[in-house]
Design a protein around this ligand. Structure first.
Ligand code: NAD
Length: 502
């Protein structure tokens, strides 16, 4: 349980957002928010009690009837206004991310831009909600399907994408006519409150979008609340499993996206320079704190030595520093504890080779660790098996394509994977063979565009719907099928038989 923080004057209070305004927490519990580049505490975020979560749910419940009744034309118009505001203020949103998460500003702007794409997809909500229609299914009888919202839905989000992942949830949830309660990560909560203010400015009615901050108390209150119909979760696998099991046991719809260990296979025919650029970019971007980061490079055959050399050569050029400094390419990790945990993997496995040790050369202030490269990793080693979630790239060496694919398929996670090769036939076979939800062919971070859906397989996702895109629309709606006949006195008669269509 997070200690109550005795906030000094410079520490900014971060409140909840309920029914269209800031709501000062009354639970007496708060959590510290840091600037990871300096290590200083900059905020104290309110932690919601069960009653405060209920207040947010009641606001959302009250707002629901009018929101679901709003015409699609008006909802689409509002989404265009939201799109304009988020686009215009993307740098302001990004600054919150850099200050509280630590990722460099250009990367933070990239995060907002990818979230914006989901909002843009939702501008087409009238088309997305179209149902099917069958005329004359039986004589004089038409059948059609319609999609309706679920009611009050909730989202629980991780620290590593404090703006984009909430957008993956609230944009399709609101566009389909639901009202929303967001519980963002307590480590970098400010972007959510800024988003709430933007939605209000765009004209979203009070109560349609609410934010409660907090820890397990707030999440459990969401999972237990009888008026919440569905929960979207993104975070680590143990919590994803817990959220999925608890939410579904309470009769809620749930999609819970978990952790990852993404393998990038490099075949002997690959362009080594291109593969090394990709491994460095995808391994160390956002300090490795991306669920689609490449964390394992699988070097096949004689590609291993030149590939490891090419990656090693690039590492000293990665500029590590404060994300607000435009020359920085990689920022700090989220907390001191996390940085220390990640650093603990360096040199921890017997038989592994530390090629580059990121404990050397990281800035002293803040929660930094410089890019680290470990070679000769194998399943069974901690640095191979665990999701490290930091700037530690592992290399494993195998003799054949089959061995490489087996490693990916036997891994408990199945979020993303990539293959680097010039052979189209092998790449096509890989897409057929591999057990992961998102596959890159010479693309290291294959996050699907907004009109596809995002999600992994195996322990990377619990539930049967991926997030955003068409599956996001499915997740936040329930279908109704209407069978209709208009009165025709000429054909009316009493008939106690079971309705027939022929
Ligand atoms: P986390 O699981 O610790 O936290 C996620 C959310 O769950 C937070 O809002 C947190 O407050 C809440 N939470 C934490 N402990 C809880 C508990 N015991 N009971 C109930 N709720 C709890 O994850 P994180 O550290 O914030 O984020 C990093 C993880 O998220 C990584 O594992 C990463 O792979 C994963 N992630 C996955 C995806 C994906 O799309 N699959 C995307 C982003 C991040």
């Amino acid at each position: 349980m997070t200690d109550v923080v005795d906030a000094p004057a410079a520490v900014k209070p971060i409140n909840h957002w309920i029914s269209g305004s800031r709501y000062e927490g009354r639970s007496g519990r708060t959590g510290p928010v840091f600037n990871p580049a300096t290590g200083e505490q900059t905020g104290a975020v309110d932690f919601a009690s069960v009653e405060e979560v209920d207040a947010a749910v009641q606001a959302a419940k009250q707002a629901f009837p009018a929101w679901r009744a709003l015409s699609l034309a008006k909802r689409a118009e509002l989404f265009f206004a939201i799109r304009e505001l988020v686009h215009e203020r993307r740098e302001e949103i990004a600054k919150f991310l850099t200050r509280e998460h630590g990722k460099v500003l250009s990367d933070a702007i990239g995060e907002v831009t990818r979230g914006l794409e989901v909002i843009e997809f939702c501008c087409g909500i009238p088309t997305l909600l179209k149902g099917g229609m069958t005329e004359q299914a039986s004589t004089g009888i038409d059948v059609y399907s319609i999609r309706q919202p679920l009611g009050v839905v909730a989202g629980v989000t991780p620290f590593n994408f404090p703006a984009m992942v909430p957008m993956w949830m609230w944009a399709p949830a609101l566009a389909t006519g639901n009202t929303f309660v967001l519980k963002p990560s307590e480590k970098d909560p400010s972007a959510s409150i800024y988003t709430a203010e933007l939605l209000k400015e765009a004209g979203v009615p009070d109560g349609v979008f609410n934010v409660v901050h907090g820890d397990k108390v707030a999440v459990d209150a969401i999972l237990e609340h009888p008026d919440i119909t569905a929960v979207s979760f993104v975070g680590s696998t143990p919590i994803a499993r817990y959220v999925y099991e608890t939410a579904t046991s309470k009769g809620k719809r749930c999609q819970a996206l978990g952790g990852a260990k993404n393998h990038m296979i490099v075949l002997p025919d690959a362009d080594i320079e291109m593969a090394a650029d990709a491994a460095v970019s995808a391994g160390y971007g956002s300090a490795g704190e991306r669920c689609m980061a490449v964390s394992m490079v699988v070097a096949v055959g004689d590609v291993a030595d030149p590939l490891v050399d090419a990656i090693k050569e690039r590492i000293p050029n990665v500029k590590v520093g404060d994300g607000m400094d435009s020359s920085s390419e990689m920022g700090p990790l989220i907390t001191r504890e996390h940085r220390d945990k990640v650093a603990g993997y360096i040199g921890s496995d017997e038989g592994a080779t530390v090629v580059v040790d990121g404990r050397d050369g990281a800035p002293d202030d803040g929660f930094f660790l410089a890019p680290t490269l470990l070679d000769d990793l194998r399943p069974g080693m901690k640095a191979y098996d665990d999701e490290i979630f930091g700037p530690v790239l592992g290399v494993t060496r195998v003799a054949t394509y089959d061995e490489a694919v087996r490693l990916v398929n036997e891994n408990p996670y199945g979020n993303g994977t990539a293959i680097f090769t010039r052979d189209g036939g092998v790449a096509r076979q890989f897409q057929f063979d591999v057990q992961a939800g998102m596959v890159g062919i010479n693309v290291p971070i294959p996050v699907p565009v907004a009109y596809y859906s995002f999600g992994g397989w195996k322990s990377s996702l619990f539930g049967d719907r991926h997030i955003y895109g068409p599956e996001g629309i499915d997740f936040y709606t329930q279908t109704k099928v209407v069978t209709s006949r208009w009165p025709d006195p000429a054909t009316s008669k009493v008939d106690l038989g079971f309705p027939q269509t022929r």
